[in-house]
Design a binder for this molecule. Structure first.
Ligand code: SAH
Ligand code: SF4
Length: 397
């Protein structure tokens, strides 16, 4: 067992700067209960609050409306009162890049001036939005670009669900009031994966609240089976995720011995492979979900041998699983190389022959640095000194 400080040697977790909306409260990201309480506090009569809550919720999360004055089933006076007390705010879009393959990458700014990236991946039968849960990440996985970013801050629930809302804005996918979502054909944004920046289980409550909003049937209404949370293996939080979120789970497994996993995914020093697998065996039962996705990045000469493949299938025996093989995405200074295609194929075949689906993830959006593990705030790409960062967030002397 090691403590966190050895895993995050040179990290600066910045305090969250509360956005200033001129004394108003942002309703995006409030749970139903929290919004209800806020409406009562604002003076909404107790007898009406349930109905008002439903109406406002629908405007915001089903029709994508950001202006109280457009909420036409509320009285003008009540709309004005809402406007006095609240705002409907999502992160600010800074830039958008579209890859040759249709992948879209958005850079957004959140309170305090920090930035996160969001990636939209269109496929034939679905469209997946990859969202972030933190600015940067405190877990310094050696092959991950995000892990080299020193500045880390948890996103609020509003900033997390706000990423989904922002993508729907860009895709122009809010149905007109009165039109059923089902009438619009297949959804452009049909799946959400928490696979962007950050470790979602280190920002548990905000991720949970945001995903509850995404799943709410009167709003964005994504099924829990279309949301996948990816974790590096924060064991104590895994059962909690099953209980309180219930979405699908992906695990960044990446190695078949503790020795190798300790270097690739250093949190393994705290929760080793055996402990992790024990937690994973419980997950589907607790959350009533389907298979667990094992993510396995293919790095040349490090974790890609045939012996690794055989060890992997014996380790996960008994767990309903799918193995997602991710060819390593190179980034400047990583010191690792992508496995040869032939080696990846061999690995995939061994896993497949053992009875597990073993898709090889096609790198998407490489021309715009939108692939897995390449996300990093643009301003952070050049490694900054701790002092520079402290000065920027106002912590320096
Ligand atoms: N922190 C969470 C979720 C974000 S990472 C986690 O680690 O699971 C999303 C996935 O991309 C993880 O499986 C991660 O290990 C993988 N990844 C990170 N860097 C990568 C790289 N350079 N090439 C390929 N995959 C990478
Ligand atoms: Fe963090 Fe995941 Fe990257 Fe590891 S792989 S540093 S947990 S974002």
């Amino acid at each position: 067992m090691t403590n966190d400080t050895t895993i995050t040697p040179d990290m600066l977790t910045v305090p969250r700067k509360v956005p200033d909306y001129g004394g108003k409260t942002n309703i995006v990201g409030l749970t139903r209960d929290a919004l209800k309480a806020a409406l009562v506090e604002m003076g909404t009569p107790e007898k009406q609050v349930k109905m008002r809550l439903g109406q406002i919720w629908q405007w915001v999360y089903q029709w994508g409306v950001r202006d109280f004055h457009l909420m036409t089933n509320l009285s003008k006076a009540y709309r004005a009162e809402l406007d006095e007390a609240f705002v409907i705010a999502i992160p600010e879009l800074v830039s958008k890049q579209v890859s040759e393959d249709g992948t879209r990458k958005y850079l957004v700014r959140i309170a305090g001036g920090h930035e996160v990236e969001i990636v939209y991946i269109p496929e034939e039968t679905r469209g997946t939005l990859c969202i972030s849960s933190q600015v940067g990440c405190t877990l310094t996985c050696s092959f991950c670009h995000t892990g080299t970013q020193k500045l880390v801050r948890n996103l609020t629930a509003g900033e997390i669900i706000g990423q989904v809302m922002l993508a729907r804005d860009d895709l122009d996918e809010w149905p007109a009031p009165g039109v059923s979502t089902a009438d619009n054909g297949p959804r452009l944004l049909s799946n959400v994966v928490l696979m962007g920046m950050g470790e979602p289980l280190y920002n548990f409550n905000n991720v949970r609240d945001a995903m509850k909003i995404a799943m709410d049937g009167e709003g964005i209404a994504l099924s829990r089976r279309r949301i996948t949370l990816s974790t590096s293996g924060i064991v104590p939080e895994i059962a909690k995720a099953a209980d309180e979120i219930g979405c699908l789970l992906a695990v960044s497994f990446h190695a078949t011995t503790d020795e190798v996993r300790n270097t690739l995914v250093p949190i393994n020093k705290k929760y080793n492979i055996e402990t992790l697998l024990a937690a994973l065996r419980e997950y589907p039962r607790l959350s009533n979900s389907e298979r667990i996705t094992f993510e396995y990045v293919m790095i040349k000469g490090v974790n890609d041998s045939e012996e690794d493949a055989r060890r992997l299938v014996s380790l996960i025996k008994g767990i309903p699983a799918k193995i997602n093989l991710i060819p390593f995405n190179e980034w400047p200074g990583s010191g690792y190389e992508r496995s040869h295609w032939k080696q990846i194929k061999k690995f995939a075949d061994i896993v497949f022959d053992a009875g597990y689906a073993s898709p090889i993830r096609k790198p998407r959006g490489e021309d715009i640095m939108a692939a897995c593990g390449q996300l990093k705030s643009a301003t952070e790409r050049e490694r900054k000194s701790k002092r520079q960062i402290e000065a920027e967030v106002g912590l320096g002397s």
